[in-house]
Design a protein around this ligand. Sequence first.
Ligand code: MN
Length: 248
Amino acid sequence: MAKVNRREVLGTLGTLAAAGGWIGLTADETIAQEGSGTAAAASREYKLPPLPYAADALEPHIDAQTMTLHHGKHHASYVKGLNDAITKLEAARQGGATSAGLEAIRDLTDSLAFNGSGHVLHCVFWENMKKGGGGEPKGAIAKQIAGDFGSFANFQAHFATASKKVQGSGWGILAWEPLSRRLIVLGAEKHQNLTMFGCIPLLVLDVWEHAYYLKYQNNRGGYVDAFGNVVNWENVDSRLSMATKLTA
Ligand code: MN
């Protein structure tokens, strides 16, 4: 880093931490990635962030066993898959245009998108929930939802229906769309299909069966409706604030 004063450094770190927050990285991870050299390269490995609350904090809406498996097994496997894809892509590039490794690029690119999107969305998902959450949002997010969806009830119905109707495994996503500066709802399949580039996820709902099957079996609708009781609207509001500032 060139000569900068302490205030500039702290300001930069604060901005990076904020930016990392909205894409799902931890502040430590984001700051480490700004370094250079071997130590920094080693720290660029993606890491599974700890759950921001106890595994049973969201009971009875989301059970502890599901949370433990979902976080410790499923999310962890996306983190591993993402790191593996990065490592294998680095190896595949060695040797340039004649590298035999380039033949694997198609599959590795697929793995990068799948595991990378899975990692980012789960990071947002854990923080989108809290014990005693739910209810209606307040502040800027409430105003933006009312303006873009007509009312909170309209938004709820739109988000819940989009989540329930995702074909197979996927996500309901409330996102900030920076071109027209509005909120949109997406229904992504797997982690990476049917997304819209440039949009910043603010509130995401995992509707893969691993997210609900132990408690809700095939009743995805019951799980989606229960999600309304655990939403951390303060977190969604702060994500909106960061997204609007970063895309101003
Ligand atoms: Mn999941």
